[in-house]
Design a protein around this ligand. Structure first.
Ligand SMILES: Cc1cc2nc3c(=O)[nH]c(=O)nc-3n(C[C@H](O)[C@H](O)[C@H](O)COP(=O)(O)OP(=O)(O)OC[C@H]3O[C@@H](n4cnc5c(N)ncnc54)[C@H](O)[C@@H]3O)c2cc1C
Length: 333
């Protein structure tokens, strides 16, 4: 095994700014680096990255490597993998973290193969034993019904992708010192086998589900698309977003982009209100990081009540109008 040291995280940019997963990876990476007594290196890949690289130091990075090239403007697997490989050659990381995003999901297996190391994807917990220097990589398995812990004992880096919202960023500290280092990557246009065509942005009204502080979700118990107007009214009052369970989305009551759960979005709002949702493990996999859960369900035995802090046992058609009214009064002060 070659000598390896430090933790390397691969940040992501969206519209020229670090996306939320970058701060989450920095948080996870900082905690691991501190436990190992090592440096935290971050890598940003793009074109015309500019000052945002230096900003990552306040968020926990000791050194920010920047791979900046017009050919790296949009995500393409070959040159991005080459840039990360180069950063690995330069830093020989003990731990390498990427986001469980569309980019990370595509890149991580290629990189693990290229680096000859093991990989655990979609991790929600990372802990390190400073004595053995092994990171326990924890990820949900069997549709979220169990958690499996993995160790990468023989090869380096110990590699993982990290689920969005599973890790918290550190408090930014503007007085932290660090450096930004340009990473020379020879991008060979001829090596690019996948051609970037275009990014199609989905138009969304209001607050994005993943960023909302309040999420009001409806399930099969809502009974039809027309009843979601009540959830929208509550979400609007609380400046939140509307989500739903898989059956609600599969029934076309709301777009599939609003699905919460194992095969949908992971949300971690301050308040999650589940209406007519039974609380299957697959649904909870997407909202168990919420600070407070409130449930409205007519079945007192519904699993959702096991995770809800407050609940109404009853028909949502009776409970919701009163809740919307009361919330409206409280918000109005
Ligand atoms: C591999 C896999 C991945 C999956 N991924 C996801 C996922 O990402 N997200 C997801 O949500 N599911 C997912 N599922 C589906 C999951 O297993 C459940 O089937 C689903 O979450 C159930 O949705 P639900 O709670 O809306 O419906 P149900 O389980 O049918 O629950 C409806 C609830 O509404 C209540 N209710 C009915 N009428 C009323 C009323 N008038 N007032 C109040 N309460 C009422 C009922 O008591 C019941 O508890 C996945 C399944 C698999 C196998």
């Amino acid at each position: 095994m070659t000598e390896s040291s430090g933790v390397l995280i691969c940040g992501e940019l969206a519209g020229g700014k670090p996306s939320s997963i970058t701060y989450e990876l920095l948080g996870a990476g900082r905690r691991l680096a501190d436990a190992l007594g090592e440096k935290l290196n971050a890598l940003l890949i793009g074109d015309g990255i500019g000052d945002v690289a230096g900003e990552l130091i306040a968020w926990g990075a000791d050194t920010v490597y920047v791979a900046d090239d017009p050919l790296l403007k949009d995500y393409q697997p070959e040159p991005y993998a080459a840039a990360i490989k180069k950063a690995c050659q330069k830093t020989s990381p003990e731990v390498l973290l990427l986001g469980q995003t569309s980019v990370g999901r595509d890149l991580a297996p290629r990189l693990a193969f290229a680096l000859g190391t093991g990989l655990a994807m979609d991790c929600i917990e990372l802990t390190v034993d400073p004595a053995t220097r092994l990171v326990t990589l924890v990820r949900p398995v069997y549709g979220g019904n169990a958690l499996a812990a993995f160790l990468c004992e023989k090869t380096r880096p110990q590699m993982a992708t990290v689920r969005a919202k599973a890790m918290s960023p550190v408090e930014p500290d503007g007085s932290r010192k660090g450096e930004v280092v340009k990473l020379e990557v020879q991008v060979d246009a001829a090596s690019i086998r996948v051609r970037y065509v275009e990014t199609v942005k989905q138009e969304a009204e209001g607050i994005r589900l993943e960023e909302a502080a309040v999420v009001v979700s409806g399930g099969r118990g809502m009974g039809g698309a027309e009843n979601f107007a009540m959830l929208e009214a509550l979400a609007k009052t609380l400046k939140g977003a509307v989500g739903g369970s898989r059956p609600a989305c599969d029934s076309g009551w709301l777009p599939s982009t609003q699905q919460v759960g194992l095969t949908g979005k992971i949300v971690a709002p301050d308040l999650y209100i589940a209406v007519g949702i039974s609380g299957s493990s697959q649904h909870l996999a997407g909202c168990s990081g919420s600070k407070h859960v409130v449930a409205i369900n007519k079945d007192p035995e519904a699993n959702i009540f096991k995770v809800a802090e407050f609940g109404v046992i009853g028909d949502y058609k009776q409970a919701l109008p009163a809740l919307i009214k009361k919330c409206g009064e409280l918000v109005a002060g």
